[in-house]
Ligand binder design. Structure first.
Ligand code: 6R9
Length: 658
């Protein structure tokens, strides 16, 4: 695939509101002012080697110091902090044990049925050491890939840290994936072991996991897998295969609670995480030890402006990169208290999230726009029943957040006092790339604002050259950064072609592009417009989906919208909008007409949908991203082809067809 030569994307969103950090917040925050942020960014730009070198030396513990900061002699294959050895598990645990943090709560876990477990740093260290010794007892060592297919239980985090501790890269496969999806990932990564559970709880029901592992391994499909370690969670009966399967509680509890962290070279592979992309075979994104650790650590510290007394909660699943970087590694590397929740809001407990915030005195809450829109749909009466005065900071990740949802989040959840950090990043970037810094960056609803220090983001056209202010184009990053993915597992050529050779500027430099469109406003703020694969070409105007969707959602009757193009003889593409309505609203011709007029008024006649279809739900991935590819096929009256294994709820597809 190559870039559309027509280049830019037309931007139509108008958003003028600006929220400045209060003087009080500024004075308490780490960075403190926009000027201070700009100084950091300037320093990182003029002398990146000292900036990153200094950060790596002061923020991480090293067994052996590194000799060089960045080797970029063979782009796009970067080598960071060569010569150094360190260990992520050591940085997340051991280094906190010699001071007051040893007895600080590291992890608070709440199960869906309401069971709670807490671990201090000392206790978590002991558990991780036991699990690491158990892996060793199974013959797993440095370099062996271990797949995790788990519910949201503490053992998931413990297993990840145990793998990192012995230098066995992990490959976490989301527990909602099918046996086939699991098998593909086990085969591609040549996993040696699988850690799983009998099952987990979801929407008030026990959901089995172990049978999917059995199915994935059946008939010798994954010959590399020699052991399966099974956590007991639901206590439903499972089949244990002798010689292959062992219970976690039997094997792990028998181990010593001491296990020295393996010194790992900076560039040693830390984990593989598969990202589906919108088309094609999933890519195994490879991250390496030191660079990833530094980036998860630094970004967590900057963006959440973390304080010792914070209780931080990210609602992601550990099966996603957000769970890796911002439930487990970033928070623990900083010695923070991180919350992990097995459940989700559900009809029997619509206020589940708010109850958790109230119960644990959560101060920082990080979730996805899709969740926020769902909460808006069920109305503010639910959150209003809870005391959420402990909150001081809110974050979002996963998709562009439409200004309407941003304002609701701020007012209803944040009580008009909590700043919002809208964090743009990807599995491939390892950690956040563009985000406000609390107390420093004024925010605008719907904008991820400014790149973090050290990140040279820009918007370019199809030739790789910068576009004008307010002109939409391709969102790119100019220089390597420590947390960047190192390669696609088993396919370096795919890494080079899809990320670093897609756009080539005249000067021949390498720029990173991973698929999003964006524009920059006159303050240099970034407005992410969605995936460029989703751009709609109406009479030669290339429109991002996000802006039309935002306009629809700003109408009081609409709760969520997804917009796609349908081939059209006259215009090239016609705009088709799929919308879900607010709880009490009924579909009618008058309402459809009203919505079309509304979009025309908000952003202009060019963006007015040609067709609007109402449905009770939209097809989403399990991490909450709308799968517009599916809607495109439906809108065109075609058959839905390609991978649908990442779909959250397959019945949505049938309902949409009907
Ligand atoms: C962290 C994560 C990456 C894609 C990314 C973009 C979208 C994520 C966003 C956002 C606008 C934000 N995305 N955060 N778009 N604003 N704050 O989600 O990783 O699952 O790899 O998805 O998600 O399209 O390219 P991943």
């Amino acid at each position: 695939m190559s870039p559309d030569p027509s280049g830019t994307i037309k931007s139509v969103l108008q958003e003028q509101r600006v929220f400045h950090p209060s003087a009080e917040l500024a004075s308490q925050s780490m960075v403190g002012s926009l000027e201070a942020y700009r100084r950091m960014a300037e320093q990182a730009k003029t002398d990146p080697d000292s900036f990153w070198g200094e950060a790596a030396r002061t923020e991480l513990e090293w067994f052996e110091p590194f000799d060089s900061v960045l080797d970029w002699s063979n782009p796009p294959f970067a080598r960071w902090f060569e010569g150094g050895t360190t260990n992520l598990s050591f940085n997340c645990l051991d280094r906190h044990l010699n001071g007051p943090k040893a007895d600080k709560t590291a992890l608070i876990w709440e199960g869906e049925p309401g069971d709670v477990r807490r671990f201090t740093y000392r206790e978590l260290h002991a558990e991780v050491c036991r699990a690491a010794n158990a892996l060793k007892a199974l013959g797993i060592g440095k370099g062996d890939l271990v797949a995790l297919y788990m519910p949201m239980v503490p053992e998931a985090a413990i297993a990840m840290l145990a793998c990192a501790r012995i230098g066995a890269p992990h490959s976490v496969v989301f527990g909602g994936f099918s046996a086939e999806a699991l098998r593909d990932r086990l085969v591609d990564g040549e996993a040696k072991a699988v850690i799983t559970a009998d099952g987990g709880f979801r929407k008030d029901k026990a959901v089995a996991l172990k049978p999917a592992v059995d199915a994935a391994l059946a008939e010798g499909a994954c010959p590399s897998v020699t052991s399966v370690l099974v956590v007991q969670r639901t206590k439903e009966s499972v089949v244990m295969e002798p010689g292959r399967d062992q219970w976690w509680h039997e094997l792990v509890s028998a181990q010593s609670q001491e296990c020295a962290a393996e010194p790992m070279a900076s560039e040693d592979r830390l984990f593989v995480l598969y990202t589906s992309g919108s088309t094609g075979k999933p890519k195994g994104v490879v991250h390496s030890t030191a660079g990833y650790n530094l980036w998860a650590h630094l970004t967590f510290k900057w963006i959440f402006d973390i304080r010792d007394e914070d209780v931080y909660w990210c609602t992601a699943d550990v099966g996603w990169i957000t769970g890796h970087s911002y439930i487990v590694y970033g928070p623990l590397s900083n010695g923070a208290t991180t919350v992990m929740y097995e459940g989700a809001p559900r009809p029997s407990k619509p206020g589940a999230f708010w109850e958790l915030i109230q119960k644990h005195g959560i101060t920082i809450f990080y979730t996805a726009p899709t969740a926020i829109r769902a909460f808006m749909k069920s109305g503010r009466a639910v959150p209003d029943q809870y005391d959420m005065s402990s909150l001081r900071l809110l974050g979002t990740v996963g998709e562009p957040i439409n200004p309407e949802a941003w304002m609701w989040y701020r007012e209803v959840i944040g009580g008009d006092r909590c700043p919002i950090v809208d964090t743009w990043w990807q599995t491939e970037t390892g950690g956040v790339m563009i985000s406000p810094l609390p107390g420093a960056t004024p925010t605008k609803p719907g904008s991820a604002t400014l790149p973090l220090p050290g990140i040279e983001a820009d918007v370019v056209d199809a030739q790789g050259e910068p576009v004008d202010v307010d002109e939409g184009g391709y969102l790119i990053v100019r220089r390597p950064w420590p947390g960047m993915m190192r390669t696609v597992h088993g396919n370096p050529q795919r890494f080079r072609e899809s990320y670093w050779e897609y756009l080539r500027p005249k000067d021949g430099s390498f720029i990173y592009f991973a698929g999003d469109g964006a524009r920059r406003d006159s303050d240099g703020y970034f407005w992410v417009m969605g995936r460029v694969d989703d751009v709609i070409n109406v009479s030669g105007h290339r429109l991002g989906t996000m802006e039309i969707e935002s306009a629809l959602v700003s109408h009081p009757a609409v709760s969520e919208a997804a917009v796609v193009g349908r081939p059209d003889d006259l215009k090239g593409e016609a705009i088709v909008a799929f919308v879900t309505l607010e709880g009490s609203r009924e579909v009618s011709d008058a309402l459809i007409q009203e919505l079309r007029v509304h979009v025309g008024k908000e952003i202009g006649p060019i963006a007015r949908p040609d067709e609007i279809r109402c449905s009770d739900a939209l097809p989403k991935t399990r991490s909450g991203k709308i799968m517009r590819r599916i809607l495109r096929a439906l809108a065109a009256g075609e058959e839905v082809k390609g991978d649908t294994s990442t779909l959250e709820d397959r019945s949505v597809l049938d309902r949409l067809r009907a």
